[in-house]
Design a protein around this ligand. Structure first.
Ligand code: C5P
Length: 224
């Protein structure tokens, strides 16, 4: 039944963790496996969308049928997403973007010394926020990993970043978050809770989420 529900739609999904270089052989990153975003890309292909997968570091195979754009840092991801924004109908930001990066990227390997080494971190751009500022017609879905006050933080994020839908997961909960095969998410829109899903395989979360997106696009088109 889900087949063809996103036919003719161009969908861009970001996935994985960004890698922030310290020097040529060292970097900062996070625990993201890419599973949630890759599952979304795979489900979107199955539903007939034209899919661009912008991926940072991930540990799962690339689904077939996607246009893969590999990136390293948040800055790379920002460029990859913004340069492709105009042509998208749907943008889903499942990537775990590093909030900070080293203030300088050393061209050569840092030599050790007897001194302590201080790493200064500067704030990374918020990609989702920039999409929210620039979007024209795109349907935008954000993610939020929280450990408390889920609804409050989710609604605040949705409004600040101007998402159409926000998928919140409680990463403190068993079977949710980074690295796991399952996820426990609640989906919000500007009016509040849309759906609280039980613990499900990330592939099932992906197809239900895209089902919600397809419903909303259909309603939007009917209203036009
Ligand atoms: O603010 P927070 O990191 O919790 O927001 C999560 C959402 O914002 C995710 O969709 C994530 O991909 C996106 N994000 C981003 N750029 C950042 C930080 C988060 O696009 N620098």
């Amino acid at each position: 039944a889900e087949q063809g529900r996103l036919k003719g739609k161009r969908l861009l999904v970001t996935a994985g963790g960004t890698v922030e270089r310290i020097d040529p052989v060292r970097y900062l990153t996070n625990d993201s496996s890419g599973k949630m975003g890759y599952a979304i890309a795979e489900a979107a292909v199955r539903m007939g969308a034209e899919v661009t997968l912008v991926s940072g570091k991930a540990s799962v195979p690339v689904p077939s049928g996607v246009k893969l754009v590999r990136v390293e840092s948040a800055a790379d991801m920002l460029e990859a997403v913004l340069s492709r924004l105009d042509e998208q109908d749907i943008v889903i930001k499942a990537a775990a973007v590093a909030d900070y990066r080293p203030a300088e990227q050393h061209e050569h390997k840092i030599k050790k010394s007897e001194e302590a080494l201080t790493l200064t971190l500067v704030k990374n751009p918020d990609i989702l926020q920039q999409i929210g500022e620039r979007k024209t017609h795109q349907f935008v879905v954000g993610f939020a990993a929280e450990t408390r006050n889920i609804e409050e933080f989710a609604m605040d994020k949705l409004r600040r970043k101007r998402c159409d839908l926000l998928v919140a997961n409680n990463v403190a909960e068993e079977g949710a978050g980074f690295g796991t095969d399952t996820n426990v998410v609640s989906v919000y829109d500007a009016k509040g809770l849309v759906k609280a899903l039980p613990i499900l395989d990330k592939r099932e979360v992906a197809s239900r989420l895209l089902g919600l997106v397809a419903d909303r696009l259909k309603k939007g088109e009917a209203a036009r």
